[in-house]
Design a protein around this ligand. Structure first.
Ligand SMILES: Cc1ncc(COP(=O)(O)O)c(C=O)c1O
Length: 373
C-alpha cells in the first residue's frame, strides 16, 4: 500500500501548535489592534536578535522586503544590480520594480548559489548592488562577497527568503543569514520554514538610518501621519500574522534541526544511487533545508513515478530568470549561463518538512530506489 507523502504538510504542523496559536490569535481579537499591534514590534525585535542584526522592519511580503531594501539604493535608470538567474522570480522582479536592471551571473553547480568567483567580472561603472540568494536554505560565502562589494562601493541586499536561521562559520564565528549584508530580506510565505497564515516579510539591517528610512517607506514615506518625506507604499505586517509568527518562531530551531535530520537520512539512503546527486552542504554552512534539492537523471519521468505513488515533489526552478520573456530586452541567450540552465533541467526537490514520518520518508526513498534499479 502506498503511503501518501505530500511535498509539504501544513496540517501536521497546525495539529502540533494549534493549542499555542489559538490563544495568541484570541489576544489580537481582544485587543482589536490589527495594524501595528505590539506583536509586530516584538516580532521585529526577536527576528533581529535571531539574525544578530540591530533592526528589524516587518513588511507585507518577502517581495516587499526586497523591493523596499532596493528602494533605499535610489537606483537611476540604467543602474545595475547583480544577482542569480536560479531563484524565485521575486529576486529579479524587485530589482526591476525598484528602477534597476538585473545583471545575471551564473551559479556554483555544487550549492546552486551565485558563483562568487564570477561576480567581480560583472561589475561595471553602473553597478550599485548585489542581491545574493541563500537558496534552499544555505548561505552564500558572505566572507568573500561582502569584501568584494565593499571594494566596489556596492550594497549587498541578502535575499534570505528561504534561509531564516541559516548560519555560516566565518573566522570561527557563526554568522547568520541577514547579518552581514546592507539589509537581509525574509519571507513568511506559508510554506517557508517560518511561515505565517498569509503573506508577510521582514527586513533586517545593522544601519540605523536605513532602518528609519525603511520604516517610513512601508507607511507611505512618512514617520509622522499625513507628512510624507518621500513616496513610499503600504507594506505592513498584520498583527494577526505577527502573533502567529511569534508562536512559530519559538519552534524554528527545532524544526530546522528536524529538516537537517531528514536530509541526512535521504543522503545516506540515496547517496550511492547512479542517477541521483544528493545536495551538498558547504563545509562552513549550517543548512536549514528549506528544500532538499537533488539533481536527477530522467527528472520528469521520476517526478511522474513519484506522483503515481502519491509522493509530492517539485521543480524549483524550471526556467532560469535570464531566459524569462519579461527580460528578453536584456538580451541574454540560451547557453549563456550554462550552470543555471543545467540546474533547471536536472533539479527535483523531495519532501523534507519537519513532521515527515519515518514511514513516509522510507516510502520516498523506496520509490526513488525502485525507479533507478
Ligand atoms: C528566494 C525568494 N525570494 C523572494 C521570495 C518572495 O517572498 P514572498 O513570496 O513572501 O513575496 C521568495 C518566496 O517565495 C523566495 O523564495
Amino acid at each position: 500500500m502506498n503511503v501518501p507523502v505530500p511535498l509539504l504538510d501544513l496540517h501536521a504542523q497546525f495539529a502540533a501548535i494549534q493549542g499555542e496559536v489559538r490563544p495568541a490569535i484570541e489576544d489580537v481579537l481582544t485587543s482589536q489592534r490589527f495594524i501595528m499591534g505590539s506583536q509586530v514590534a516584538e516580532l521585529e525585535r526577536q527576528i533581529a536578535a535571531e539574525c544578530g542584526a540591530k533592526h528589524g522592519i516587518a513588511c507585507a511580503s518577502g517581495t516587499d522586503a526586497l523591493l523596499l531594501s532596493l528602494k533605499t539604493l535610489d537606483l537611476e535608470p540604467g543602474d545595475e544590480v547583480i544577482t542569480t538567474p536560479f531563484t524565485f522570480f521575486a529576486t529579479a522582479g524587485a530589482i526591476t520594480n525598484a528602477g534597476g536592471t538585473p545583471v545575471f551571473v551564473d551559479i556554483d553547480p555544487v550549492t546552486f548559489n551565485l558563483d562568487v568567483d564570477l561576480v567581480e567580472a560583472a561589475v561595471t561603472s553602473r553597478t550599485k548592488g548585489i542581491v545574493p540568494v541563500h537558496l534552499f536554505g544555505q548561505m552564500v560565502p558572505m566572507e568573500r562577497l561582502a569584501p568584494l562589494a565593499a571594494r566596489h562601493g556596492l550594497a549587498v541586499i541578502e535575499d534570505a527568503a528561504q534561509a531564516i536561521g541559516a548560519r555560516r562559520s566565518i573566522e570561527r564565528t557563526w554568522r547568520r543569514a541577514g547579518e552581514l549584508g546592507t539589509t537581509g530580506a525574509f519571507s513568511f510565505f506559508p510554506s517557508k520554514n517560518l511561515g505565517g497564515w498569509g503573506d508577510g516579510g521582514m527586513i533586517v539591517t545593522q544601519d540605523e538610518a536605513r532602518a528609519a528610512r525603511l520604516r517610513k517607506l512601508r507607511t507611505h514615506g512618512g514617520a509622522k501621519q499625513y507628512h510624507h518625506d518621500e513616496v513610499g507604499t503600504n507594506s505592513r505586517l498584520d498583527t494577526l500574522q505577527a502573533a502567529v509568527l511569534l508562536v512559530k518562531l519559538a519552534h524554528l530551531s527545532d524544526w530546522n534541526a528536524a529538516r537537517r535530520l531528514n536530509a541526512d537520512r535521504y543522503t545516506t539512503a540515496l547517496g550511492d544511487l547512479d542517477g541521483v546527486t544528493t545536495p551538498v552542504t558547504d563545509g562552513a554552512n549550517e543548512h536549514i533545508f528549506h528544500q532538499y534539492t537533488t539533481r536527477v537523471e530522467r527528472r520528469d519521468e521520476l517526478k511522474q513515478r513519484l506522483a503515481d505513488r502519491g509522493i509530492g515533489s517539485a521543480v524549483y526552478y524550471p526556467k532560469a530568470l535570464h531566459l524569462q520573456p519579461c527580460f528578453a530586452s536584456l538580451g541574454y541567450r540560451e547557453g549563456q549561463l550554462p550552470e543555471a540552465e543545467r540546474a533547471c533541467r536536472e533539479v527535483l526537490s523531495l519532501p523534507i518538512y519537519p513532521e515527515l514520518s519515518e514511514d513516509q520518508q522510507n516510502a520516498v526513498i523506496g520509490a526513488v530506489r525502485d525507479f533507478y534499479s
